[in-house]
Every structure is written in C-alpha cells, then in structure tokens.
Design a protein around this ligand. Structure first.
Ligand code: SAM
Length: 220
C-alpha cells in the first residue's frame, strides 16, 4: 500500500501536468484540485490509481471522471465566488467538492442512486467539505427548490438537453452537459441563457459519460 505522502506527491504531479498542458487554466481550479485530491473520493483499493488521468470505478457500476475531464468542465463553467450551482450526478462527491471550493458557498447536487448518496456523504465528510447538499432524485428534472441557478453542470450523458434544466437557469446563466449516445460518445455542450432569455449552444468536443437516466433522460 502506498503511504499518504506518496499519494499526495503523485496527485501534485498530476495537477502540475494538467496545469502545464493548459487543461487546468486558472489558479482557482488548480487550488481546488490541490485542496481536494481525487484519492479522497474513491474506495481504498483505488487510492494508488487516483492520480492516473483515467476514469475509475465507484460503487453501483458508476464512475468518477478522469481529472482532465473534470478540469475541462470546471474551466468551461467559469465559476466565481457566490454563484449558485446545481450539479446533476453526485457520484463520489468529488466534483461537488471542487465546485464548493470555487464558489465558496452552498452547492446543490442530485444523485439518483441511494448507495452513491451515502458514498458521497462519507467522502465529503472525510474531506472536510461542509457546504455540499446532496439530494436523492431524478436530476433530469433539476432541483426547483433552489432555482434559478447561475450554473448547472451535468456529469452524465443525456439523449437531449432536459427542458427543466434550461428553465431553471438564471438569465446570463450557463449549463454544461454531454448530449449524445447511450454509453458511447457524446458532444459536450455549453448552453447559455442570454439576459433576454434566448438560448445559445456551443459545442466543445466529444466526451464519454455514463448515461443520464430519468424522465428527461434515458429510460432505465
Ligand atoms: N460527478 C461525479 C463525481 O464527481 O464523482 C461523477 C458522476 S458519474 C460520471 C455520473 C453520475 O450520474 C452517476 O453517479 C449516476 O448515478 C448519476 N446519474 C445518472 N442519471 C441521473 C439522474 N437522472 N439524476 C441524478 N443522477 C444521475
């Protein structure tokens, strides 16, 4: 078993490499990555792989995304302190922890699998994160009690953009979402709601996420 110091060193090397390659572009995202290393959000048997830039398994057949993918999405989201953010697909809780460090306020995240709600709670507690609020449910419906949101980040692949998520965006807000095929390639979209309520979609590139399952997503 690799000791804690070695895990930390390996993680710092990964973060430095992502920064050098301009995948992590901002000091803020770099700081968040260093504060919440990925090994805190995977099961013990995966600790020594957490620095490798690949997705890893988490319980219930789901995945924690590769560090580069998480960095790309966070940079596209352009989070600022005080923004109200909703994440769909809590998984391990890692991305929510990073978001909370960037916005420095409460973050809302929805997960459909009860086992993962528990898993994320445990991970966030161990990492000392206090301002992430996890809700069990179908995130394709968004989370109306805390709407509207400045940013919505979807970390699972949808067949189409769920209408409730667009509705729950604040004018000037931004939705980041992979849209495409079930389990295969999706296109990552940045959807912006202009101040006068118009929708603009920009395509970033191809990604591969587990499916977004729900009323406005894929059917089980
Ligand atoms: N953001 C996560 C992290 O930091 O570990 C990784 C997310 S994993 C790639 C995708 C997650 O989306 C899975 O945990 C899956 O159960 C969840 N998911 C799929 N459909 C969902 C839905 N309709 N509502 C909420 N969560 C959903």
């Amino acid at each position: 078993m690799v000791d804690g110091e070695e895990l930390k060193r390996r993680w710092e090397r990964t973060v430095e490499a992502l920064f050098r390659e301009r995948v992590i572009k901002s000091e803020a995202v770099k700081r968040a990555f260093l504060k919440y290393p990925r090994y805190l959000f995977v099961e013990k048997r995966y600790w020594s792989y957490a620095h490798i830039d690949e997705p890893l398994p988490i319980p219930a057949g789901q995945t924690i995304s590769a560090p580069h993918m998480v960095a790309i999405m966070l940079e596209l989201t352009e989070l600022k302190p005080g923004m109200r953010v909703l994440e769909i697909g809590t998984g391990s809780g890692w991305n929510a922890a990073l978001i909370s460090e960037l916005v420095k306020t409460d973050v809302y995240t929805v997960e459909r699998i009860p086992e993962l709600v528990e898993f994320a709670h445990r991970n966030l507690e161990r990492a000392g994160v206090r301002n992430v609020h996890i809700f069990l449910g179908d995130g394709t419906k968004g989370f109306p009690p805390k709407a509207p949101y400045d940013r919505i980040i979807v970390t699972a692949g949808a067949p189409k953009i769920p209408e409730p998520l667009v509705e729950q965006l604040r004018p000037g807000g931004r939705l980041i979402i992979p849209v495409g095929r079930y389990h295969l390639w999706q296109d990552l979209y940045v959807v912006e709601k202009t101040e006068d309520g118009k929708i603009r979609k920009k395509h970033w590139g191809s990604v591969a996420f587990v499916p977004l399952i729900g009323e406005h997503g894929w059917r089980e």
